[in-house]
Design a protein around this ligand. Structure first.
Ligand code: GCW
Length: 666
């Protein structure tokens, strides 16, 4: 008995499948039979088709060619593109690489698992080219087994500072490869203690083995790097990127690392952020820091992914001009074009920190000559800790579809991170993952939709939130139409509902400090990191217009003028950009204060309805899944009730303005 669920690779038996005759033979061309990824694709097809349909297919290998050497995002896409087409007596899978054959195999298994008719699905052939070259998960796993912002148990990569490789490791590679993930950073960006020694002999053998397992599923291994390694493990007294001793230490170190871990794709670096050391410590620029490492790893075909989460976390909230939201743009725009071509800047979707709603970071659409990756979070740090249901794919669709006006066309975030807008050498998308060693991997079974969905969306940004949700439910829970439609109708509105009872109007952060779950309206308000709602007896919100911190002007036109004007700014962000009286009329026709009351009562009521809908599924879904989600709904309703009561009471007491509908506010 496994200690973990199969999730969307459960391959449940399908009784009345339309026509399985075409699935008895597979023709494989492009990648060679000796490729271990092709071998894994065949194993997967055998496992899945036997389990779902009781058939044992044959495999015929046709002409094969070698994949192109990957020196750019375009090379990756050329290799990973695949085609599935119909033959007289079988199905043809073709791709330049083993990874492409594996994705093709999972494409077939997904369609069978969703009980779609295969001949119809693949009539005329289906060629899929991934939307993004790099599709990565970032684990904030610590080597002691804990997970920073982890809500699904302990790390399955580490126990007591040792790397674990077991059946779950392989199943993890299968799960994420099945949704097209091709890169994993296995350790916390806050690299500390034993993690600083990841790049030493102590861990090389295990990392090499882990890299081989991942490579067999088309996944590159990456490591988070301690920028101050020269000091912490190198015995030097400096980490200055321009210091010759530092440079030569890194040269020797990287030669050793890439010799011992040949599959390593590169490093993720968090520097000069929240107390982490970095180039600023030595009066150098972020580009100095990134380029020094990039130049050294280039000969190994590796990349440096450099996070833009840099802000002055010692700022004084009383300084009305200091604005944490400005920091990313102010720190990184001046060096646009200074980064070498195997450096990628990894940019959080918003200027603050993964709130339930933020404007899009102005770096996306600001930077024109720098490789960029988008960083989103499926670990529900501020969005419910995988207790509250919060399906984030609709939010990611909004982010990807946002027009930056950096160019006349092909200017959306999706265009930029795909490499389409600027023809970048490297680009892509990463998610801080929500996994852990819980039996169901993600705490709440329904949070699995965020892991599944992130992968599917990263691979194909044209997919809809609804289609992704449907696939997830059919493959992981049940293909029963009534069950599918009910659970999809729980997932789709859940982000808006969470926003209703925890926001309003672009105001986040009213969370328990440090924990980031549960309501505390002023918890962060007077924290050194800046104020977040600036509520007084007359109004609420932060003035980020040209009359305030000027953040709104970091955007390209027409976005800057829209955000800068309280009468044009969209309601859902108006308090992020402006300080407005409680009586201000929104586009919706409501006043700010009535919007606060209405959304918090609605949010709680709608969360109750989701829970009731789930209750109606008792006996129709696996008991273990039913109980897991049901227990979390109980906690979510208590949470939503607290938020509703505390936020409404706070703003009623602050404003003195009664609820138009006369509801009980304490
Ligand atoms: O979201 C915040 C978290 C930190 C995290 C940091 C980051 C890994 O509270 O736990 O540290 O941002 O993104 O680096």
């Amino acid at each position: 008995m496994k200690n973990h669920a199969d999730l969307w690779l459960a391959y449940k038996e399908i009784k009345n499948f339309s026509d399985s005759s075409i699935l008895k033979k597979f023709y494989i061309s492009g990648a060679s039979a000796s490729d271990r990824t092709v071998a894994n694709a065949i194993t997967e097809l055998k496992t899945g088709l036997k389990s779902m349909l009781g058939i044992e297919p044959d495999f015929i290998f046709e002409e094969s060619s070698d994949p192109v050497k990957e020196n750019s995002g375009k090379d990756i896409l050329d290799n990973e593109e695949y085609t599935v087409s119909l033959r007289e007596d079988g199905i043809s899978l073709s791709s330049k690489s083993g990874a492409g054959i594996l994705y093709a195999a999972f494409d077939v298994l997904r369609n069978v698992s969703c009980e779609r008719d295969i001949k119809t699905t693949y009539a005329g052939g289906r060629t899929v080219r991934p939307s993004n070259p790099l599709r990565m998960l970032n684990h904030w796993d610590n080597m002691d087994g804990s997970i920073e912002r982890g809500y699904s148990g302990e790390s399955f990569f580490y126990v007591n500072d040792e790397i674990v490789i077991d059946e779950r490791t392989v199943d993890y590679a299968r799960l994420i490869a099945s949704v097209g993930i091709n890169g994993v950073v296995i350790n916390n960006v806050n690299v500390k203690n034993a993690a600083s020694y990841m790049i030493t002999d102590r861990y090389f053998d295990k990392l090499a083995k882990l890299g081989e397992i991942f490579a067999g599923y088309g996944i590159r291994l990456y490591l988070s790097l301690n920028y101050a390694s020269t000091i912490e493990i190198g015995g030097l007294d400096s980490a200055d990127p321009l210091d010759e001793k530092v440079i030569s230490w890194w040269k020797n170190k990287m030669a050793e690392v890439f010799d011992r871990i040949p599959t390593l794709g590169g490093f993720l670096v968090k520097a000069d952020s929240e107390g982490r050391p970095g180039p600023f410590t030595y009066g150098r620029t972020q580009a100095d820091g990134a380029n020094m490492l990039a130049d050294i790893v280039k000969e190994y075909g590796a990349i440096i992914i450099w996070r833009c989460f840099v802000y002055n976390c010692k700022q004084d909230w009383r300084d009305r001009k200091t604005d944490r939201a400005r920091a990313g743009y102010d720190n990184f725009m001046p060096m646009d074009g200074d980064y070498h071509d195997n450096v990628i800047l990894q940019i959080k979707n918003g200027p603050m920190d993964f709130q339930i709603r933020e404007p899009i970071s102005p770096l996306l659409g600001g930077l024109k000559k720098t490789n960029q990756m988008l960083e989103v979070q499926i670990a529900q740090e501020y969005t419910g800790h995988q207790i509250d249901v919060c399906y984030l794919i609709p939010e990611f669709k909004e982010i990807l579809g946002f027009r930056t006006y950096v160019k006349e066309e092909k200017d959306t975030v999706a265009d930029i991170i795909s490499g389409e807008t600027f023809g970048d050498r490297y680009s892509g998308i990463a998610a801080v993952t929500n996994t852990g060693n819980d039996f169901n991997w993600t705490g709440n079974y329904l949070a699995g939709a965020n892991l599944f969905g992130f992968g599917r969306l990263a691979f194909d940004t044209s997919l809809s939130s609804e289609q992704i949700a449907e696939e997830f439910v059919k493959m992981s829970i049940s293909a029963d139409e009534d069950v599918v439609s009910k659970i999809v109708s729980i997932l789709l509105p859940s982000r808006e509902i969470y926003e209703k009872y925890t926001s309003p109007l672009g105001i986040g952060w009213m969370v328990q400090p440090g924990i980031h779950y549960g309501c505390s309206v002023d918890g962060y308000e007077y924290d050194r990191w800046g104020t977040y709602h600036r509520a007084d007896h007359l109004g609420i919100g932060v003035d980020r217009s040209d009359k305030g911190t000027g953040y709104a002007l970091q955007y390209n036109e027409p976005n800057a003028s829209v955000y800068n004007d309280p009468d044009k700014c969209p309601d859902e962000l108006v308090l992020f950009f402006h300080h407005l009286p409680y009586t201000h009329k929104l586009h919706s026709g409501k006043t700010v204060i009535q919007h606060i009351y209405d959304t918090h009562f609605e949010g709680y009521e709608e969360a109750q309805k989701l829970s009731e809908k789930w209750d109606s599924l008792k006996g129709k879904v696996d008991d273990e899944i039913f109980e897991n989600v049901s227990e979390r709904f109980t906690r979510q309703l208590a949470n939503a009730r607290e938020w509703c009561d505390q936020v409404n009471s706070y703003f009623y007491r602050k404003s003195g303005i009664p609820d138009e509908k006369g509801r009980q506010i304490y």
